[in-house]
Write a protein that binds this ligand. Structure first.
Ligand code: ADP
Ligand code: ASP
Ligand code: MG
Length: 418
């Protein structure tokens, strides 16, 4: 039997009526002759509620118990989806991660897939079941504990199942009808893309476009999964939504294809650190060990070289997610107390956001950065840190200008027009 993976996100299973609506879509594919693996998220808001309960119960919580709690939302929807399908006379069975068993690493709250053995689910399909409903976002560690995959992880569950079961396609049903040039909630001028290259989607996702979890795009690229994003609230057919695919399947080629943002960033500056071999490693080593996801890094010229100081000293600036600032501060203070680094002050700015433009066309076009900076200047938006790679340019700016910056860049790069 040909097989499809269909994933429904939180808003698509937010209540019983929406689960019914999603089940109708599954039914249609079964009637077309497919076996279907359905991946479900928790009902919208549920995971946040569970995370809140954990944080209220225990400040420095045990990550194993965090996973035990926050994985529960998906279990409810999986069972309800299987029941809904059964009520529609479709033989369906639900699976929690450990029942498959979805084997992951033991990195709690950020686990990665190790293996998805097919045998259990395949047996059910041969027994005549048409649908396997699998709880997204979770797995089981080598120690036999429940793990979760990081926020948005059900997308990755879906792609991993599509790869493991050689699915014809992996359809991600969500609350927008595809992938847009930028978040359609930020500007009405955002344009839906028919196709987007894996590499561009990978950048957009890692720079904050939460429509797909980054890891899901990585897996789709590696295992050549046909990955599609489409609306669970509209009539859809095989041409709906946006296909994430190889670069050479795409005719349209703009220099910049999308704008992404990440709202909750922080900028930290270590003032007056020694400028000597090994200092960056002495700073960023402890940060990495403390689990701080450092993003952009800027080191200034040595003050001695500009005649400002008799000593070889400089400032080191970096950015990280705002909820990791406390951890970063502690790691740096501990390193200072242990005598591994020295600095006069740690200046923290928690009111910044990151805005990025992405496009594979940048590889062969100059001037993108200049255009980006001039359009931000025209809106009087000050740039605090700049980061670039082959196909993206990111800037850190004051959070209050984030929407404005996204809109200005969307206009500047003419993304509204195909
Ligand atoms: P789900 O609960 O279905 O997983 P998410 O909320 O995780 O849905 O992702 C869908 C949301 O992603 C959309 O509602 C939209 O606001 C946001 N989004 C951000 N960037 C984009 C983009 N470039 N294209 C489409 N949606 C985007
Ligand atoms: N429910 C989880 C979350 O909210 C996983 C997901 O929906 O993808 O992050
Ligand atoms: Mg999501």
């Amino acid at each position: 039997m040909p097989l499809l993976v269909m994933k429904f996100g939180g808003t698509s299973v937010a209540d019983l009526a929406r689960i019914k609506n999603a089940a109708e879509k599954v039914k249609r594919e079964v009637e077309r002759g497919y076996d279907v693996i359905v991946i479900v998220s928790a009902m919208s808001g549920k995971t946040n509620e569970l995370v809140g309960w954990v944080e209220q119960t225990s400040h420095l919580y045990d990550a194993r118990e965090y996973d035990a709690v926050v994985s529960a939302g998906e279990n409810v929807t999986a069972g309800l989806m299987a029941l809904t399908l059964q009520e529609m006379d479709i033989p369906a069975r639900s699976w929690q991660g450990w029942q498959v068993p979805i084997q992951t690493t033991s990195a709690h709250s950020a686990a990665r897939f190790v293996d998805i053995p097919r045998a259990n689910i395949d047996t059910k399909f041969t027994e005549g079941f048409k649908v396997a409903v699998v709880a997204g976002f979770q797995g089981v560690s080598p120690e036999g504990r429940i793990t979760t995959l990081g926020r948005g992880g059900s997308d990755t569950t879906a792609v991993a199942f599509a790869a493991a079961f050689d699915a014809e396609r992996c359809d991600i049903y969500t609350d927008v009808d595809g992938i847009y040039t930028t978040d359609p909630r930020i500007t009405a001028k955002a344009r839906k893309l028919e196709k987007i290259a894996f590499e561009e989607m990978l950048e957009l996702a890692s720079l904050g476009a939460k429509v797909l979890q980054t890891r899901s795009v990585e897996l789709a690229m590696r295992y050549k999964v046909r990955l599609r994003v489409l609306s669970s609230f509209e009539e859809t057919d095989e041409n709906s939504g946006t296909l994430v695919c190889d670069e050479d399947e795409i005719m349209e080629s703009k220099v910049v294809s999308g704008v992404a943002y990440s709202r909750d960033e922080a900028k930290l500056t270590l003032v007056t650190v020694e400028d000597r071999p090994g200092v960056a490693s002495a700073i960023f080593g402890p940060l990495a060990e403390a689990g701080v996801n450092v993003d952009m890094i800027v080191q200034n010229i040595s003050e001695k070289d500009i005649g400002g100081s008799p000593k070889d000293v400089t400032d080191m600036t970096f950015s990280c997610p705002v909820n990791q600032v406390a951890r970063a501060r502690k790691a740096l203070e501990d390193a200072r107390d242990a005598g591994h680094i020295s600095y006069e002050d740690l200046v923290v700015d928690t009111d910044v956001a990151k805005v990025s433009v992405v496009g594979i066309g940048m590889r062969s076009h100059a001037g993108v950065a200049a255009k980006m900076f001039s359009s931000l200047a025209a809106e009087n938006i000050n740039i605090k840190v700049i980061g670039t790679s082959e196909i993206k340019i990111s800037v850190l700016i004051d959070r209050k200008y984030m929407e404005l910056a996204v809109q200005a860049l969307h206009d500047a790069f003419d993304l509204e027009k195909a």
